[in-house]
Design a protein around this ligand. Structure first.
Ligand code: UDP
Ligand code: MG
Length: 208
C-alpha cells in the first residue's frame, strides 16, 4: 500500500510513526568518555546510537554542499545550524528499523532542542548527564588522538565555553522537568558503566 504513495507522502507517514519511538539524550562536556559508554549502552540495551557530531563529520566527508561550512564551524568549536543537524538525525532515524535511540551530543542549545521537537514531536524518556571536571576532559581529549581537527587546545577551550553557555541551559531545562540522571564520569570506564546500568534497569528499557 505504501508503494502507491508519493515519496513525500511516504515520508510524512514514516515521520508520524517516528513519533512513537523512544529517545534518550546523552550530554556531557567534550571528552568525558561518552563514546565508550554509548557502545556499552548499545550492546547491553539495544539502542541505536546516533552521534550528532559523527553525522556532521560524515556529511563533511561525503563532500556535500554544506560540508565546507560545517567543517569551519566545527573547527571553531561552534554549533552547526539546527536545520542541518536535525535533518541528518531525522534521516538516520527514518532509515533505522529500531524504536530506541540514544541521541548523543544533541541538542547542543535551546534552539536545537526546539527545532528537533518541532520535527520529531516527542521529548526524551530521560537524559543522561556525564559529569566530569574540565581538567580531566582536556586530558582525555588530548590523549585520544583520533586525528580530529577540533582536538587542539585552542578549539577545546572554545568547545568548553560553548558547552557552558549553550548546552548546559538545555540540561537545566530537562532537569527542571525531572528528566536528568547525572553520572559521575570521572571514574574508570567499567565503574561508570555500572552506574549507567543501574539507571537503565530502574528506568524501564530491558536488557537486550
Ligand atoms: N556539533 C554541532 N551540533 C551538534 C553536535 C556537534 O554543531 O548537534 C559540532 C560542534 O562544533 C562540536 C563538534 O560538532 O564541537 C563535535 O561534536 P561531538 O559531539 O562529536 O564532540 P564532543 O563534544 O563529544 O567531543
Ligand atoms: Mg561526540
Amino acid at each position: 500500500m505504501l508503494q502507491c504513495l508519493s515519496p513525500s507522502r511516504r515520508m510524512v507517514l514514516r515521520i508520524s510513526w517516528l513519533g512513537r519511538k523512544l529517545q534518550l539524550y546523552l550530554f556531557c562536556g567534550p571528552g568525558s568518555g561518552k563514546g565508550t559508554q554509548c557502545s556499552n549502552i548499545v550492546e547491553h540495551f539495544g539502542f541505536t546510537h546516533l552521534s550528532a557530531g559523527e553525522l556532521l563529520r560524515s556529511e563533511i566527508k561525503s563532500g556535500s554542499e554544506n560540508g565546507t561550512m560545517i567543517d569551519s564551524i566545527i573547527k571553531e568549536g561552534k554549533i552547526v545550524p539546527s536545520e542541518i543537524t536535525v535533518k541528518l538525525l531525522q534521516e538516520a532515524m527514518v532509515k533505522s528499523e529500531n524504536d530506541k535511540f540514544l541521541i548523543d551530543g544533541f541538542p547542543r542549545n535551546q534552539e536545537n532542542r526546539l527545532s528537533f521537537e518541532n520535527v520529531i514531536k516527542i521529548s526524551p524518556e530521560f537524559v543522561l548527564f556525564f559529569d566530569c571536571s574540565e581538567e580531566e576532559m582536556v586530558r582525555r581529549l588530548l590523549g585520544r588522538n583520533q586525528g580530529r581537527a577540533d582536538d587542539n587546545v585552542e578549539t577545546i577551550r572554545k568547545r568548553f565555553r560553548v558547552f557552558e553557555e549553550s548546552s548546559l541551559p538545555v540540561v537545566q531545562y530537562y532537569d527542571s522537568k525531572g528528566k536528568v540522571k547525572k553520572i559521575n564520569a570521572a571514574k574508570p570506564i567499567l565503574e561508570v558503566f555500572e552506574d549507567v546500568k543501574t539507571i537503565f534497569q530502574s528506568y524501564g528499557p530491558k536488557a537486550a
